[in-house]
Ligand binder design. Structure first.
Ligand code: GDP
Length: 471
């Protein structure tokens, strides 16, 4: 109708033409730009697509195969609280073979690079699952390797299990650091045994996971761990093209009292230079100054380098995409467009995957997967529920329990579900208040049950597309 109107002809004529092309359309039906162009040309009109296409303005450059060079791995440290993540991150930073132990004043900008005997390694220095999952939930898959810290005197704990689930769901390989080996109660074998029960099997036991006995406190085994990380990276052959405009992700950002908005960007590919125009999330800017993780001023940053930048119009969010662009006009138009889009999205935030809409929201007919995070009050019921749910898998739908555990439903569970498009099922357990708020805010489907067959029934119905929404 609109198209006909613009060409000053009757809508019926356009419909007839489209039908002639084999498209059964009505006057109110939207058609794609290509079809519109063909129809219009039949009436001797030309179509110009004026829609705002972000990719046309960002002009991300393709990798040139000849320019691909090995890049440093990007590592996130995860593990149970108090198992030594922070201590290990601090200790590893001091293993730098170039700067040495003294190595200047430590700056915490969200990530740091260390030189090892096998090249550089970049660590995200916000340990834990929150940073990892919230970045993933925003589409920033920056981590190449997860270092799982397990205290030798405490063993596998709930957050250790969670970390394993996170890494598995993101398909990121693990390297295990069995920490606190200096402790009198250190039992490395027991840790390895417990990990193997979660399919994390040490190389020396015939598995494919490297495990290192370390002490962050006494600085023991750190070089071996670094070498192990470098070896894991070598196997992965991580490569990037440094000869193009920079693309990356924001890992941290804040408003600095003296300097204005500052952001730490992890460069994925390309080279970022002083004076470059860029977009970061819904903010634009021009690189006024750049600093590395030692607080030193730098003029350029390449693949896998964490760099703190000044010259941005506002404070972006961790996980936001970063692009250097041709000029400030491009930067500003993309930023403005995104800001507008985000406002619209905020207004009509709709539910992510829920049991009711799960079938409809699955993209294709084949390979539908219902992903679940299962929490229960006691281990026995968690186990029973997981195996009952898994056995519901049929030809059409696969039920995948991406994480299960015991206790209240926490923010971590909701984050994991959010990042992996999963639904949270609680059995005799409920979300704590933070998890509840987050689930509401992010529209993650969290359900609590107290009767096993009710869970099974609802999941079965959902799998058949028969569950109707409750309001
Ligand atoms: P996080 O919560 O995982 O970041 O753990 P922290 O790094 O804060 O460490 C928790 C506690 O364990 C602190 O009291 C550390 O001093 C202690 N710790 C960390 N690493 C070691 C270690 O290798 N040996 C011993 N004995 N204690 C450690």
């Amino acid at each position: 109708n609109d198209l006909a109107h613009k060409m000053s002809i009757k809508s019926g004529q356009v419909v007839t033409k489209l039908m002639g092309m084999g498209m059964m359309v009505t006057v109110n039906q939207p058609i794609d730009p290509e079809t519109a162009a063909i129809v219009a040309s039949e009436f001797e009109y030309e179509i110009k697509n004026v829609a705002f296409e972000e990719i046309d303005i960002l002009k991300e450059e393709k990798d040139v195969t000849e320019n691909l060079k090995l890049r440093a791995p990007i590592v996130t440290v995860m593990g149970h609280v108090d198992h030594g993540k922070t201590s290990l991150l601090d200790a590893l930073r001091k293993t730098d073979v170039v700067k040495g132990e003294a190595g200047g004043i430590t700056q915490h900008i969200g990530a740091y690079s260390v030189n090892t005997n096998h090249g550089k390694v970049t660590f995200l220095d916000t340990p834990g699952h929150e940073a990892f999952t919230s970045m993933r939930a925003r589409g920033a898959e920056v981590t190449d390797i997860v270092v799982l810290v397990v205290a030798a005197d405490d063993g596998v704990m709930p957050q250790t299990k969670e970390a394993i689930s996170h890494a598995k769901s993101a398909k990121v390989p693990l390297v295990v650091a069995i920490n606190k080996m200096d402790s009198a109660n250190a039992k490395a074998e027991r840790v390895m045994q417990q990990l193997s029960e979660h399919d994390v099997v040490a190389e020396e036991w015939g598995g494919d996971v490297q495990m290192f006995k370390v002490s962050a406190l006494k600085k023991q085994g750190l070089i071996e761990l670094m070498d192990g990380i470098a070896m894991q990276a070598e196997m992965m052959e991580l490569k990037a093209d440094a000869c193009k405009r920079a693309v990356g992700s924001v890992v941290e950002a804040k408003l600095d009292r003296g300097r204005g908005p500052v952001a730490t960007v992890l460069i994925k590919s390309g080279t970022l230079k002083q004076g470059d125009d860029f977009v970061a999330g819904e903010h634009a800017g021009r690189i006024r100054a750049m600093y590395d993780s030692n607080g030193e001023k730098i003029k350029e940053a390449g693949p896998s380098d964490p760099v703190q930048i000044l010259g941005i119009s506002g404070v972006p969010t961790a996980g936001d995409k970063f692009n250097a662009v041709e000029d400030d006009k491009a930067a500003k138009s993309v930023a403005a467009h995104r800001a507008q889009k985000n406002r619209e999205k905020e207004l009509m935030k709709t539910s992510r995957v829920s049991l009711e809409n799960f079938l409809k929201s699955s993209p294709t007919d084949k390979g539908k997967e219902l992903r679940l995070v299962v929490k229960a009050d006691v281990f026995g019921s968690a186990e029973a529920l997981v195996s009952a749910l898994k056995s519901l898998s049929n030809k059409q739908v696969k039920v995948e329990v991406i994480h299960s555990g015991v206790g209240t439903i926490t923010e971590n569970d909701v984050n994991l579900a959010m990042a992996s498009g999963a639904i949270v099922i609680g059995f005799n357990t409920k979300p704590d208040s933070k998890a509840h708020t987050l689930a509401l805010q992010e529209k993650v489907d969290v359900r609590s049950y107290s009767i096993i067959y009710e869970v099974i029934d609802e999941v079965k119905m959902a799998m058949a597309g028969l569950l109707s929404p409750v309001f």
